[in-house]
Design a protein around this ligand. Structure first.
Ligand code: CO
Length: 253
């Protein structure tokens, strides 16, 4: 039922400060920013290829994102799948007794949206969104590629996502990992928790860029903590608002 990864949400203490990294240093264009009082956030969507990055600043400590920050600090907060009919999907999930935070859709930054209970997504908070207007992706020098999810039993977690959202499986070379999504589009990679320091849930974000040298220059100018490899780089979470961020070189088709 879902057609692609609409965005990945990141909880931040301050939108303004997080813009310095995500918009100014990485170069992701700001698509829109608004207060979503019902969710207790001021939120922004930044273009990142076919998907977007959403930054969420809590309006007060007594909000879900405020409590998330107090407990876990800045970092990956949720993943949102795009669907043509969020209302129908929530009703179908409810009929299957899937735990939901929203029984019916409400208005969010990405259109009409609804959240599942994190229990439904093996510890990952999942949002479904039906955009209200056609979206034309803005050009971005860095694009979303993959969200990495740590799991005790990756095949089981993947099975749940296939059952709940109809996510297609992308071939990987056997082994304990499972990849879901769209080759060339956004994917979710389920890896054994043991491979990622025992962490379960969302553990890392992979992006691609056609041209790494100017990006590295901007990152170094911003004094971001980097690990440079051949045709790839990793930004340490302290420099990317709690996100383990991996960027590799890729020529966009
Ligand atoms: Co969202």
């Amino acid at each position: 039922m879902v057609t692609n990864i609409h965005h990945v949400g990141i909880a931040v203490a301050s939108l303004k400060r997080s813009y310095r990294f995500w918009r100014d240093t990485l170069g992701l264009p700001l698509a829109r920013e608004a207060e979503v009082a019902e969710q207790g956030v001021r939120a922004a969507l930044l273009a990142a290829g076919e998907s977007e990055i959403e930054l969420l600043e809590p309006l007060s400590p007594e909000t879900p994102v405020g409590r998330f920050l107090a407990k876990r600090g800045e970092g990956l907060h949720h993943v949102c799948f795009k669907t043509p009919d969020v209302g129908g999907d929530l009703a179908a999930l409810r009929a299957k007794s899937v735990p939901l935070l929203d029984a019916t859709p409400r208005r969010g930054l990405a259109g009409r949206i609804g959240f599942l209970h994190p229990r439904a997504g093996h510890g990952v908070l999942v949002e479904l969104a039906t955009p209200e207007a056609a979206e034309t992706p803005a050009e971005s020098p860095v694009r979303f590629k993959r969200l990495v999810i740590g799991s005790r039993v990756p095949h089981d977690t993947a099975k749940t996502y296939q059952d709940l959202f109809g996510l297609p499986e992308v071939e990987v070379n056997g082994g304990p990992r499972t990849m879901l999504g769209w080759a060339g589009g956004g994917t979710l990679l389920m890896v054994p928790a043991g491979e990622v320091g025992g962490m379960e849930g969302m553990v890392a974000l992979s992006m691609v860029a056609p041209d790494l040298p100017p990006l590295i220059q901007r990152l170094e100018k911003a004094q971001a903590a980097l690990l440079l490899g051949a045709g790839e780089l990793t930004v340490e979470p302290k420099s990317s608002h709690g996100v383990h961020l991996h960027i590799s070189r890729y020529h966009f088709p």
